[in-house]
Design a protein around this ligand. Structure first.
Ligand SMILES: Cc1ncc(COP(=O)(O)O)c(C=O)c1O
Length: 427
């Protein structure tokens, strides 16, 4: 599919007007872009017995969850509070059907109690979690997350499958956990694995086929099975906004996986997927103001660089600082200046507060139209793990999220975090 262009991030007058009203930095969502991505995923799951979830950790804002709900997409949550946020957005409790699934390797805070209270499907990623559920006198359905021994995320830090991944139960241990769960009166109704979104679509396609084959080997052991989840991992192309991502090819893969797994189970199974990033990545951009432009000089320690200082930092978008992730950067409305190499850096008292990095997280000047103080600057494709990972480090409040509806109206969906919000937690 081709993603429609993000209208607000290329409309300089609109962005200036929003900057005046809401201040900078701010996030801007484009409903059309988000809906196009949701529809693209949903159309890969329109065969009988195939169901999409949204890994809501990528963007847990109520407005986004409501969009998912109205498109018939279920939820994968990873904390008690995410379960409650999904409920707040209108998702049903209980297991018939399990609209909300809770995936974790550890029950923390209110997670166990929330799973019990809301009756949502726990997807256990550690053998001990069966014991935790048993101690809590739970005797209902569970899902079992396995580590199939292969797969990886978009960067090495995101190791989602293999010996060094902390996620799930090693696949050859699945039978032991099944026996423990059954002995405690629980029924394993779903098998699950998430093998991550490597950067290449073909790799994901091959990995999902391989995962289906591995599941087919163990499915006959699970007599209460109702579903198998292949997890998420559809990649987003952060470098090329015009890239054609052939998600349509997944439709046949999901349909044949559903048939194959149902055949070996001897009954109809539901096949689930739960992408996060692909639905939301291009839907939101971070808009910041260039507050200064300054340079260092080359000396024996290294080459001099030009810094565009901006008022957004890794408190707003941490992916470049955390993983060396690439986000496209544009200066809307600036068409008449030559490109120059610049390092885009934020306001935090941290030398690592830099948006332009290479894969090994080293500074990498980016060729951009020569920035000037006062310009607006847009960091694109931040809808996934952008606002969701924002913090108030340096006591900077989280930036607001704005929403552009198809008819052009703009609303604020999350306000700017204030000092009162921050102090409210202190005794
Ligand atoms: C269990 C689980 N499901 C789904 C996802 C979503 O992955 P992605 O955003 O790459 O599609 C993740 C992300 O790490 C995950 O851990």
């Amino acid at each position: 599919m081709k993603t429609p262009s993000h209208i607000p991030s290329s409309d300089p007058e609109l962005l200036e007007r929003l900057a005046e009203e809401y201040g900078t930095p701010f996030w801007i969502w484009d409903a059309d872009v988000l809906r196009a991505r949701i529809n693209a995923v949903v159309s890969t799951t329109d065969s009988p017995g195939v169901q999409a979830r949204f890994a809501m950790k990528a963007s847990p804002t109520t407005k986004v969850l409501k969009e998912m709900k109205s498109a018939g997409v279920w939820i994968d949550s990873v904390s008690g509070n995410e379960v409650l946020r999904a409920r707040h957005a209108g998702y049903s409790d209980g297991n018939t059907p399990p609209e909300i699934c809770f995936t974790a390797d550890v029950f923390r805070d209110n997670a166990l109690q929330t799973v019990l209270d809301e009756g949502v499907l726990p997807n256990v990623g550690s053998p001990g979690m069966v014991g935790d559920l048993q101690k809590a006198k739970y005797a209902g359905p569970i899902s079992l997350r396995v580590n199939p021994g292969f797969g990886h995320g978009h960067v090495n830090e995101c190791d989602t499958g293999g010996p060094s991944s902390k996620h799930g139960v090693w696949i050859t241990e699945a039978k032991t956990v099944l026996d423990a769960a059954e002995a405690a009166g629980m029924q394993v109704v779903m098998l699950h694995a998430h093998i991550g979104s490597g950067p290449e679509f073909d790799e994901l396609h091959d990995n999902l086929s391989r995962l289906t084959d591995e599941f087919a080997e163990i499915v006959p052991l699970f007599k209460d099975l109702e579903a198998v989840s292949l997890g998420g991992g559809i990649p987003h192309n952060y470098r090329d906004p015009d890239a054609d991502i052939p998600v349509e090819r997944l439709r046949d893969l999901f349909a044949s996986a559903q048939r194959k797994l149902s055949e070996v189970a001897g009954k109809e199974l539901r096949l689930e997927i739960e992408p996060g990033r692909f639905y939301v990545a291009p839907g939101a951009s971070l808009v910041a103001r260039v507050t200064d432009v300054k340079s260092t000089e080359t000396n024996e320690k290294g080459p001099g660089v030009t810094f565009a200082m901006v008022d957004a930092g890794f408190v707003d978008l941490v992916r470049p600082a955390m993983y060396g992730s690439y986000h496209r950067i544009t200066l809307p409305g600036v068409n008449d200046r030559d490109d120059v190499p610049v390092v885009v850096a934020g306001p935090l008292c941290e030398s690592g507060d830099v948006f332009t990095r290479d894969d090994s997280e080293m500074l990498q000047p980016r060729e951009l139209p020569e920035p000037k103080t006062g310009d607006l600057i847009v960091l694109h494709d931040g809808g996934a793990y952008g606002y969701a990972m924002a913090s108030n480090y340096n006591s900077l409040g989280r930036a607001p999220q704005l929403w552009r509806e198809s008819d052009g109206t703009i609303t604020q969906i999350t306000r700017r975090e204030t000092i009162e919000d921050i102090l409210r937690l202190e005794e």
